[in-house]
Each structure stands twice: as C-alpha cells, then as structure tokens.
Design a binder for this molecule. Structure first.
Ligand code: UT7
Length: 332
C-alpha cells in the first residue's frame, strides 16, 4: 500500500447491468433433465436464470448495461478511452468482444481488449484498469463482466445446466478524490486445476471438428465438488488478503459482493469470515451463475436497492475457472 499514495485514487463512479428477457425456471429444467426444483434450490439456491435467445450474443447484453453505466456517470461514449470486457463467451473467437462493443457504442476514442479469467474476470479487469488509470495511461474506462454461458451449456448434463445463466454488468472507472475508490486488489491463479472447469474443444489443442461436436466437447465441463471446496477456501483468503492490503479488517466491511456460484459457498464464506449475512449481496436465486457478470449484476442490484452509501467499504470477491480468484476493496 505504501506505493499507492504516489498515484491518484481511482474509483468506480457508476454501475449498470442487464440480463436477457427469456427466463428458464427450475420447472422448465425438470422437463429437460432428471432434476427437481427442490434439489436445485437446496443444493445451489437457484430458482431461475436468464438466457439468451438463439439469435442473441454476449455483446447484445453488454450494450444496455454499458449505456446505463455511461448515463449514470454522465459520460458520452466518445469520452471513453478504454473498454475492457471480461468474458469466456465472446461473440466470436476473433475479434475481441470489446472491439464489437466499442463500435456499437460509438466509442471511437477508446482502446479495447478482452480478459479471460472466467468467473474472476471482472475482478481481474478491475485490477488491471485501475492501475492503467492510476498510472496515467487512460482517463475514462468502461469495465464489463459479461457471459452468455447458456451458449456453452450442455443441457443433457444436469450437474452443470441447472447452475448457469446469462447476463452483463458494466462500471465506469476514473480518477476520484483521495481516500475514495480502490484501496487494494488481490489476484491469484492455480493452473494445476485447469481441468476442473473447462471447455475441452474449440481451441488450438482440439480444434472444432465433427468428432468434437459429436462428443459435446464445446460445452462447459466441471468437477463441482472440487470447485466447491476450492471456492470456500479462496473466498475467505481473498477477502482477508484484500482487507489486509488496505489496512482494514472484516469489521470495517459494509458490503461484500461475491461471485454468485452457489448459495452454500456464500454462506460458508460468510461464516468463515464472520461477516454478518446481511452485509452480503446475493441475487443467485434469480440469475444463477453468470460467470464474469455475476459480481457487477449483484453490485448493480445492491446499488439500485440503496444498499451502497457514500464512504462505504465494499469488497468484491470472485473465483472460477483457471483456476483463478481475486478480490478488490474500495471506498464507495
Ligand atoms: O463459477 C464457479 C464455478 N462453479 C462453482 O462454484 C460450482 C461449485 N460446485 C457446486 O456448486 C456443487 O458442487 C454442485 C451444485 C455442482 C453440486 O452439489 P453437490 O452438493 O456437491 O452435489 P454432488 O455433486 O455431490 O451430487 C450429489 C448427488 C449425486 O447423486 P448420487 O451420486 O449421490 O446418487 C448427483 O448425481 O446429486 C446428483 N445430482 C443431481 N440431482 C438432481 C447432480 N446434479 C443434480 C441435479 N438434480 N441437477
């Protein structure tokens, strides 16, 4: 933290989010795979998830989320000089979805790149962009977490398809008065767990072929039990590390905005950290696991419900494929 004072403070000045209109309920899933509303609710806390229509793609969700964030920041698209999209479900393998968003927004002065850190992607992007602004490379940045997981979900695999949903969240980052904004960030990765959560084909290791499609290898595969254990452990560690780096403790936290993967993971982390449950943002019931979108979706909901106040200490924490994890502490 000592070196941070040499740089201007960077904060999150607005948030916006969007989820597709189409909703898939647990009862809809009961008709698709061998599952039940009761199993899904008790094991994951999920009741519904929003999913893209066949003709829709990830950037179609980003546009409304981004426009809302820009409007709330009173910024025009032309004033943006950077757009970063965290996603594992880009519109296309090439080009970056951020470039598509840049064009569709009319943000002609913005550089654009994507970040692939799965469900931790939004935290990774925040960490990178706040440093890029603090060091004077950019002034006004749009940071997006967005995923259309339904497009890579195997609806014959009951262990994954009941969990996943689609959505997008966007925030505007810029310089803020000293003492506000980001106080610390912390990122981690463990690539030895890469196979615990992956899409086996469609990359250079196993390019798309008739065989890979027949084997359903373009869909997400997950070892749920192993990811669960990892998640509870790193959620606690990431929050504690981010707070320690900011010189603060769990008592100082007004709101934790965690990645929404499973209500039991959030409960477990809340207990381990001793942060009362009413200080956690939680909307998994309505959206399921939306990967990189889940933290900004939950943050947007907390903001709209008036749960975030000026001066509040907000901690965002995520974990996911890679394996990756990260947390960010900021003064609202
Ligand atoms: O975004 C980050 C990545 N994802 C996560 O963080 C997910 C982490 N993992 C989890 O959330 C949980 O491990 C799951 C929700 C995926 C699974 O819950 P679980 O309590 O760990 O269940 P399990 O995998 O141990 O399975 C228990 C039983 C099994 O049956 P048997 O072998 O006991 O007869 C499964 O076959 O539940 C069965 N099962 C289901 N039953 C009904 C698995 N999925 C379903 C289902 N409906 N959808």
């Amino acid at each position: 933290m000592a070196s941070r004072s040499a740089f201007p403070s960077v904060g999150l000045v607005s948030v916006g989010a969007y989820a597709p209109q189409k909703v898939l309920t647990n009862f809809d899933l009961e008709r698709i795979v061998d599952t039940s509303d009761e199993w899904i609710r008790t094991r994951s806390g999920i009741a519904t998830r929003h999913v893209l229509e066949e003709h829709e793609a990830t950037s179609d969700m980003i546009l409304p989320a981004a426009r809302l964030a820009l409007e709330r920041a009173e910024l025009s698209p032309q004033e943006l000089d950077l757009i970063v999209v965290a996603t594992v479900t880009p519109d296309f393998p090439l080009p970056a979805t951020s470039c598509i968003v840049q064009d569709r927004l009319g943000a002609t002065n913005a550089a654009a790149y994507d970040v692939n850190a799965a469900c931790s992607g939004f935290i990774y992007a925040l960490s990178a962009v706040q440093a890029q602004i603090a060091t004077g490379q950019f002034r006004n940045a749009l940071v997006v977490g967005a995923d259309g997981l339904s497009k890579v979900t195997d609806y014959t695999d009951r262990s994954t398809c009941v969990l996943l949903g689609d959505g997008a969240g966007a925030v505007v980052l810029r310089e803020v008065p000293e003492g506000r904004g980001f106080l610390s960030t912390y990122l981690g990765a463990d690539g030895s767990g890469a196979d615990l959560l992956c899409v086996p084909a469609g990359g250079t290791r196993k390019p798309a072929s008739h065989e890979t499609v027949d084997a359903r290898e373009h869909y997400i595969r997950m070892n749920g039990n192993e990811v669960f254990k990892f998640a509870v452990r790193v959620m606690e560690d990431a929050v504690r590390t981010a707070l320690r780096r900011a010189g603060l403790t769990t008592d100082d936290v007004a709101l934790v905005v965690p990645h929404q993967a499973n209500i039991r993971i959030i409960d477990g982390a809340a207990k381990r950290l001793g942060i009362p449950y009413d200080r956690w943002a939680n909307n998994i019931e309505d959206y399921g696991n939306t990967s990189a979108a889940s933290i900004p979706l939950a943050l947007n909901e907390a903001y709209e419900k008036g749960r975030v106040h000026e001066g509040d200490l907000v901690v965002m924490v995520g974990f996911g494929g890679g394996l990756t994890w990260g947390a960010a502490a900021l003064r609202w």
